[in-house]
Design a protein around this ligand. Structure first.
Ligand SMILES: C[S@@+](CC[C@H](N)C(=O)[O-])C[C@H]1O[C@@H](n2cnc3c(N)ncnc32)[C@H](O)[C@@H]1O
Length: 223
């Protein structure tokens, strides 16, 4: 039997209540894609495509699930890379984000894939066991109250031999880069976030959550 992973020290940092996270994403949803492009100097497009490529299946795909899907960027990249008819599940607990994903999907003319939008918590996925070929979560696991619950749910819905991919913002190890990164997170990012969305709180939260989230090594151990 596989033992569930232990909670690590780095997971115990102060997180916001799920309701306030949902509300916060609701207020920034309309400008989310544009703000991401500016804050990441458009690098997020490349990172997102790298995740979609890393989990792209060589065999036939039946079902794909994107947790904390936001405006659907990862799911739509995945759909472009994997041709054929398969089910595409987009899950997020913020209705405003799902609404934007829906309108983007209409413009993309995805042929073959049937899209299902699920408004739900990523820690309690309303899907049966072993029905999904691939699960992704990008810039999302940092926001859920209990990352191990979310990973457990992903593993529960995955078919044997399925794939899971996590894309997350992290901190550089090189001391010089780390210094520049800290300056960016603490000063530039909140200012740009405020200018673009008038929501200072959301971009302070983004900065704080990146700085305090666990390391990629701990996340790997957790998986
Ligand atoms: C930073 S955005 C990432 C969106 C998208 N994955 C992307 O690549 O741009 C985080 C998303 O996670 C969602 N979210 C946060 N906590 C969640 C939870 N517990 N369950 C479901 N969605 C959640 C938010 O509503 C938001 O849309």
């Amino acid at each position: 039997m596989i033992k569930p992973p232990k909670e690590t020290k780095t997971m115990t940092y102060q997180k916001q209540a799920p309701e306030s996270i949902k509300e916060m994403f609701g207020t920034i949803a309309k400008n989310y894609d544009r703000t991401n492009a500016i804050l990441s100097f458009k690098m997020h497009k490349h990172w997102n495509m790298e995740l979609a490529k890393a989990v792209a299946h060589k065999q036939e795909v039946h079902a794909f699930l994107d947790l904390c899907c936001g405006t659907g960027e990862i799911a739509f990249n995945y759909a472009k890379l994997n041709k054929g008819a398969f089910e595409l599940y987009l899950l997020d607990f913020t209705p405003e984000m799902l609404d934007i994903a829906k309108s983007k999907a209409k413009k993309l003319h995805l042929d073959g894939q049937r899209i299902h939008y699920i408004q739900s918590d990523a820690q309690k996925v309303p899907l049966p066991d072993e029905v999904i070929d691939c699960v992704t979560i990008s810039y999302g696991i940092r926001n859920v109250s209990n990352p191990s619950l979310c990973i457990r749910e992903a593993f529960r819905v995955l078919r044997p031999g399925g794939l899971m991919g996590i894309l997350e913002l992290t901190r550089p190890k090189n001391p010089f880069l780390k210094f520049g990164h800290t300056v960016y997170l603490k000063t530039i990012l909140p200012i740009l976030g405020k200018l673009m969305t008038s929501n200072t709180k959301a971009y302070h939260y983004l900065s704080q959550s990146i700085q305090s989230f666990q390391t990629p090594e701990n996340l790997t151990k957790l998986m």
